[in-house]
Design a protein around this ligand. Structure first.
Ligand code: FES
Length: 97
């Protein structure tokens, strides 16, 4: 068994504050077998940027940890609630109609 090193404190996913150590522990403790399972176990890439910042780092880790062809967590377009008034203004409609 290896001793934890300072690299374990490296933050991989800033939005969800998931460290390399947390990913390694989740992989070991939950015996995950894919990037998707690791994502669900740690919330890595589920933050406000939806993986746009951390995806490359996670994909590099997944490539080392999981066999090729395993499902990979993909970044998603960040979604945010938009008031109807903004949509109406974009459509050129008057808000009083
Ligand atoms: S840095 Fe991972 S979801 Fe934003």
């Amino acid at each position: 068994m290896s001793t934890p090193g300072p690299e374990q404190d490296v933050i991989i996913c800033r939005c969800e504050r998931v460290t390399l150590g947390a990913l390694m522990r989740a992989r070991r403790d939950f015996e995950v077998s894919s990037g998707r399972e690791l994502k669900l176990a740690t919330r890595a890439s589920m933050g406000i940027c939806q993986g746009r910042v951390c995806h490359a780092s996670l994909e590099a880790l997944y490539a080392r940890w999981f066999p090729p062809g395993r499902d990979v967590a993909r970044p998603r377009t960040p979604a945010r609630a938009v008031p109807f008034g903004v949509l109406r203004a974009l459509a050129g409609e008057d808000a009083d109609e």
